[in-house]
Design a protein around this ligand. Structure first.
Ligand SMILES: Nc1nc2c(ncn2[C@@H]2O[C@H](COP(=O)(O)OP(=O)(O)OP(=O)(O)O)[C@@H](O)[C@H]2O)c(=O)[nH]1
Length: 239
C-alpha cells in the first residue's frame, strides 16, 4: 500500500444520516471516503494504530491511500476503551454512534491480555447488530506481538477466532512494525472500496440477461387493425 503523506483538511465527523454526512461520502477533492472505527478493550493499543494517521482533529485521524489506482481518503475514529461488566459489554452512546458512522471496523485485542481477546467475538456481534442488514467489513488485529514473553493469548487462537467470524486477521506490533498495521488497514479499505463501487457493471450484466419483451409483430398488428376496421365499416353500412 502506498500511503500519501499530504493530508486533506477534514471536518469533525458528522452525525450519521445528516446532510453533512452525505456531503462527507466523498472526501475532500471529490475522493471516495472510507470511515473506519478502531475498537477494543482499554490499553490494547488502539491509539497507537491511529498514530499512522498523521493528521488528526479531536479523535478523528485521516490520510490518503492508493487502492487499485484510486486515491481514497481514510478517516479513522479513535474510541474509548470498552469496559466489560457481569452482564456483558458496556458500550457508551458515543461508541455506538462511532460504530454506526463507520464503513468498517478494526477490532483490536492485545496478546498480553486474555480478557481483551475474549471481548472480540462479543464486539463483533455488537458491531453487526448496529449494522443490521449489511455485513460490515471487520478486521481482527492482535496487537503487542513483540511481547511474546508475557503473552496470554496464542496468536493462533486469534486466527481461529477471526476465521470463525469471517474476518481477516493480523498479528501486529504497533511499536515495532508499521507494515503489518498498514496491511490491516489496506485490506479493510479494499473491502470497503469494493462494497462502495457502484453496482453498474454487474447490474448491467444482470439486466442484459433479463429477456426483453418480444417486439409486436407488425404484420399481425396490421392484419388485426384491418379486420377491426372492416368490421366497423360493415356495421356502419348495415345501419
Ligand atoms: N510493547 C508494546 N506496547 C504497546 C504496543 N501498542 C501499544 N503499546 C503500549 O500499550 C499502552 C496502551 O496503548 P494505547 O494505544 O494507549 O491503548 P488504547 O487501546 O488506546 O487504550 P485506551 O485509550 O485506554 O482505550 C501504551 O503504553 C502503549 O505504548 C505494542 O505493539 N507493543
Amino acid at each position: 500500500m502506498r500511503l500519501i503523506q499530504n493530508m486533506c483538511t477534514i471536518a469533525e465527523y458528522p452525525a450519521p444520516g445528516s446532510a453533512a454526512a452525505a456531503d462527507c461520502c466523498l472526501g475532500a477533492a471529490g475522493r471516495r471516503l472510507v470511515k473506519i472505527a478502531v475498537v477494543g478493550a482499554s490499553g490494547v493499543g488502539k491509539t497507537g494504530h491511529n498514530l499512522f494517521f498523521p493528521l488528526f482533529i479531536g479523535n478523528l485521524y485521516t490520510r490518503q491511500v492508493q487502492i487499485e489506482g484510486e486515491t481514497l481518503a481514510i478517516q479513522v475514529q479513535d474510541t474509548p476503551g470498552i469496559q466489560v461488566h457481569e452482564n456483558g459489554l458496556s458500550c457508551t452512546e458515543q461508541l455506538n454512534r462511532c460504530i454506526r458512522w463507520a464503513d468498517a471496523v478494526v477490532i483490536v485485542f492485545s496478546i498480553t491480555d486474555y480478557k481483551s481477546y475474549e471481548l472480540t467475538s462479543q464486539l463483533h456481534q455488537h458491531v453487526q447488530q448496529l449494522h443490521l442488514g449489511t455485513r460490515l467489513p471487520v478486521v481482527v488485529v492482535a496487537n503487542k506481538a513483540d511481547l511474546l514473553h508475557i503473552k496470554q493469548v496464542d496468536p493462533q487462537l486469534g486466527l481461529q477466532l477471526a476465521s470463525m467470524l469471517g474476518c481477516s486477521f493480523y498479528e501486529v506490533s504497533v511499536s515495532e512494525n508499521d507494515n503489518d498495521v498498514y496491511n490491516a488497514f489496506h485490506v479493510l479499505c479494499k473491502e470497503v472500496s469494493h462494497k462502495q463501487q457502484p453496482s453498474g457493471t454487474p447490474e448491467k450484466r444482470r439486466t442484459s440477461l433479463i429477456p426483453r419483451p418480444k417486439s409486436p409483430n407488425m404484420q399481425d398488428l396490421k392484419r388485426r387493425f384491418k379486420q377491426a376496421l372492416s368490421a366497423k365499416v360493415r356495421t356502419v353500412t348495415s345501419v
